[in-house]
Design a protein around this ligand. Structure first.
Ligand code: DX5
Ligand code: ZN
Length: 230
């Protein structure tokens, strides 16, 4: 089933790799392949746009050698339009550019069109939905940050829960029912179920769900998360 149709019916699961343990990477990827994880969520952080350094180009190149699971690149970097060519972006990937990360958002989106990947715009909790108005026809999805980006293990900003419902209405009223809403940050099993009802279609599974316990728990954690979405 194509990811677009799956997003409407079942929900797409994107495993947050910053929550995984590097020493267990190969074993973790095998579990994800067996459990049919849809994407590997890569939090690319430059220490400037967010106060943290994160998974970079070498890490993504290494993942490509390990698996064919497509990447869901969450670019928490300043001026992404100058750096996209470093990322080895492929056709089946999702790439999220932060609205707040560049004054040249349209240019960044136009450059991204060259890669034929899915183009998402990420917005922080304090960024209002209407800023997306002029780019809706150029994007496939929106990554709605439920936390201030840069770190796993945070609590969701309360206002973001209702923001998902507002965003779905904004998109549907703009005749953009095909634009997927990804939710990212503190997505527990219970919250995933609720946000799917509010119109989210893609879910970042991090320390709040998939990576609870240790690697022996991952398979069951994934099954429980997917059950919450059905
Ligand atoms: C936060 C990252 C999220 C995070 C999700 O900046 O974008 O992807 O890893 O993990 P939890 O579930 O711990 O919030
Ligand atoms: Zn993320």
């Amino acid at each position: 089933m194509s990811n677009e149709r799956k997003a409407v019916h079942k929900g797409i699961v994107s495993a947050s790799m910053m929550c995984s343990r590097l020493v267990e990477l190969q074993e973790t990827i095998k579990i994800f392949e067996n459990e049919h994880i849809d994407y590997l969520h890569i939090d690319v952080m430059d220490g400037s746009f967010v106060p943290n350094f994160g998974l970079g180009c070498d890490y993504m190149r290494g993942l490509r050698e390990l698996t064919d699971i497509p990447l869901d690149m969450h670019l928490m970097i300043s001026r992404p339009e100058q750096k996209l060519q470093w990322m080895d972006i492929r056709k089946n990937d999702v790439v999220s550019i932060h609205y707040e990360s560049t004054p040249q958002l349209q240019k960044a989106i136009d450059i991204l069109k060259n890669y034929e990947c899915k183009r998402f715009i990420a917005i922080n909790p304090a960024t209002p939905i209407f800023v997306l108005e002029e780019v809706l026809e150029h994007i496939d999805g929106i990554n709605l940050l439920m936390v201030n980006p840069g770190f796993a293990g945070q609590n969701a900003v309360p206002s973001t829960i209702h923001k998902v419902k507002k965003l779905r209405k904004f998109l549907d009223d703009s005749n953009k029912k095909n634009i997927i809403i990804e939710v990212d940050g503190n997505i527990t099993n219970e919250r995933a179920k609720m946000l799917k009802e509010y119109g989210a279609g893609m879910f970042v599974a991090g320390s709040s769900s998939l990576f609870r316990g240790n690697i022996k728990n991952y398979s069951d954690n994934i099954k429980t998360f997917i059950q919450a979405l059905n």
